[in-house]
Design a binder for this molecule. Structure first.
Ligand code: SF4
Length: 323
C-alpha cells in the first residue's frame, strides 16, 4: 500500500522521473509506477515537487492511507518479542501410546529333538526353555516397547534439527524471523549475528540414552510387570497348556532273547504358541498402564520445554536490551 498513485491521465512524458526519486519507476512499456510501500508526508518536498512537475495532474495523494513509520513497526515487533510466551506444555494427547505399534523381539524355538525318556520330562524341558528364552526376559520386552515409543514420539522434544521436526528448531526460527525484522527496522548498529537464535535444552545426549532405554526408569517397567503379574493366567505354569510333546520309538539294540528292542523317546514341540500368548499378555499389560507410560513421558518433555523456555527468555531479554 502507498499513499501516492498515478491515474490514467498520465501520458508517460517522464518529467516526474527527472526528479530522481527512487519511489518512482518506469516499466518496460514506459508506464510510470509508484513503488509499493511509498509513504509521503503531506508537507514533504517530494510531494510538492511531483505535484508541480506533472503537467496532467496525474498524481493522486491519499491522506487517509496510514503507513506505519519504522519506529512504530519496530515497537510492534519488540512488543511481540516481549510477549513471547514460550513453547506450550504438551499433554498425553500429543504423544499417544499405542501398545501394538512397537516391536517386541520375541524369541523363536522350533522344539526339541527326541531326547527325553518321558512326556513329563519333555514338557518340563519345554517349560525350562520357555522360561530361559522368554518368560525371564519380560522386563526387557517391556523396556523395548516403551523405548521405541519414546524414541519415536519424543524425538521432536529431544533434538534440534529441522529433519527431526524439533519443536525448538521451529520456535528458534520464529524468534529469529522477528529478530531479523527488528534488526532491519532498527537504526542502531547492532552486533553481527544479532538475529541468530539457537537455543536448546541440551538434551541431545539425553535422547540417545532415552532411545537405548536407559532413561525409561525401573519404576515404569516394574509397574507394567506388576500389571502383567496381576493377571490370573500370567504365572509360568499358566503357559503349560501351550506346550506339547511328541513320542517316537527308537531302536535300542538287542533284547535279552536276541530280538530287537525299542524304547519310547519324547520331544517337546515348538514354543511358538506359548511365546505368542506371552507377547499378547504383555501388550495387554502395557495397554492397562498406558496412562502412566504417557504421563511419565509428558513429565520429562515438559521439564525440557521449561528449560528451553527459560534459556530462550533470557537470551531474548539480552537481545531486547540492545534493540
Ligand atoms: S509527469 Fe505526470 S504525465 Fe508525465 S510521466 Fe510523470 S505522471 Fe505521467
Amino acid at each position: 500500500m502507498s499513499n501516492l498513485s498515478i491515474n490514467s491521465k498520465c501520458i508517460k512524458c517522464g518529467s516526474c522521473l527527472s526528479l530522481g526519486y527512487d519511489f518512482l519507476k518506469e516499466d518496460r512499456e514506459g508506464a510510470i509506477e509508484v513503488k509499493e510501500g511509498t509513504f509521503l508526508e503531506n508537507d514533504s518536498v517530494e510531494l510538492k515537487s511531483i505535484m508541480e512537475i506533472c503537467p496532467l495532474g496525474a498524481f493522486e495523494y491519499d491522506k487517509s492511507v496510514r503507513i506505519e513509520s519504522n519506529k512504530e513497526q519496530l515497537e510492534k515487533v519488540k512488543e511481540k518479542l516481549k510477549n513471547w510466551k514460550g513453547i506450550a506444555h504438551i499433554t498425553a494427547e500429543n504423544i499417544p501410546f499405542d501398545e501394538n505399534k512397537y516391536q517386541m523381539n520375541m524369541p523363536y524355538d522350533s522344539g526339541s529333538s527326541y531326547t527325553y525318556s518321558s512326556d513329563n520330562a519333555a514338557l518340563k524341558a519345554a517349560e525350562d526353555k520357555f522360561y530361559n528364552i522368554a518368560y525371564s526376559k519380560i522386563d526387557a520386552f517391556i523396556l523395548q516397547v516403551i523405548s521405541q515409543y519414546r524414541g519415536e514420539m519424543l524425538l521432536p522434544y529431544y533434538t534440534y534439527e529441522a529433519d527431526t521436526n524439533s519443536v525448538y528448531y521451529k520456535e528458534n526460527l520464529k524468534i529469529k524471523e522477528m529478530l531479523s525484522q527488528a534488526e532491519k527496522l532498527s537504526k542502531k548498529d547492532l552486533c553481527s549475528g544479532f538475529s541468530d537464535f539457537d537455543v536448546n535444552p541440551s538434551s541431545d545426549s539425553t535422547y540417545k540414552m532415552l532411545k537405548k532405554g536407559e532413561l525409561v526408569g525401573d519404576n515404569l517397567v516394574d509397574s507394567v510387570h506388576r500389571e502383567f503379574s496381576s493377571g490370573s493366567y500370567s504365572g509360568l505354569s499358566s503357559y503349560r497348556m501351550y506346550f506339547d510333546y511328541d513320542e517316537t520309538e527308537r531302536y535300542a539294540g538287542k533284547g535279552l532273547f536276541g530280538g530287537d528292542k525299542y524304547v519310547s523317546k519324547y520331544c517337546y514341540r515348538s514354543l511358538y504358541e506359548a511365546i505368542t500368548e506371552l507377547e499378547k499378555d504383555l501388550r495387554s499389560a502395557l495397554k492397562y498402564r498406558k496412562d502412566q507410560i504417557q504421563n511419565h513421558a509428558v513429565e520429562v518433555v515438559n521439564a525440557l520445554i521449561d528449560t528451553y523456555n527459560k534459556k530462550a527468555m533470557e537470551e531474548l531479554n539480552r537481545k531486547l536490551d540492545v534493540l
